[in-house]
Write a new protein. Structure first.
Length: 162
């Protein structure tokens, strides 16, 4: 069994890695967009495949940040009535929220894994730069599975009213 300290260190490392990946992707998207705009308007020659690169980096950015948002419980929620609910009902609703989220993320992970297998079998690539799409889909599936595990863990996490 993994100790609480080891779990905390593992999560801290994962949090740093995902944060660095998300930050690097965002900075890269900014740079690609800047270069594309300069080339387009100054030299009348847009960056070849700039749109594809930006699309793939956006996918990476969204899915690298998803576990961070879920673990910190910073996702969008409707909490209009939370203050009027008894604490037990509040706790039950938060647990239900994480059960549904975990099941949804696990289901999406499974579906995307299947799609990634199809992409790998067909050898699908992006249109302009011929970037293989299967590795991207496999990575998205893995991150969704990590996010599902985070939500499953949060079902049992202690609650306090915000």
């Amino acid at each position: 069994m993994i100790s609480a300290r080891a779990k905390a260190r593992l999560w801290a490392g994962l949090e740093i890695a995902l944060g660095v990946i998300a930050g690097a992707l965002l900075l890269s998207m900014i740079m690609v967009t800047f270069v594309d705009v300069v080339l387009r308007y100054v030299f009348n020659a847009p960056l070849r495949g700039g749109f594809e690169i930006t699309e793939l980096m956006l996918v990476g950015l969204i899915f690298s940040a998803l576990p961070l948002v879920s673990q910190r419980e910073e996702h969008v929620v409707m909490d209009v009535f939370d203050r009027y609910l008894p604490f037990g009902v509040y706790v039950a609703l938060r647990a239900l929220e994480h059960v549904v989220s975990a099941a949804s993320m696990a289901g999406m992970s499974w579906l995307i894994w299947r799609k990634a297998q199809e992409l790998a079998a067909y050898g699908d690539t992006s249109a302009v730069l011929q970037i293989k799409l299967a590795p991207v889909a496999f990575a998205v599936s893995a991150v969704l599975l990590i996010t599902a595990a985070i939500h499953a863990f949060l079902v049992f996490a202690p609650r306090r009213r915000a």
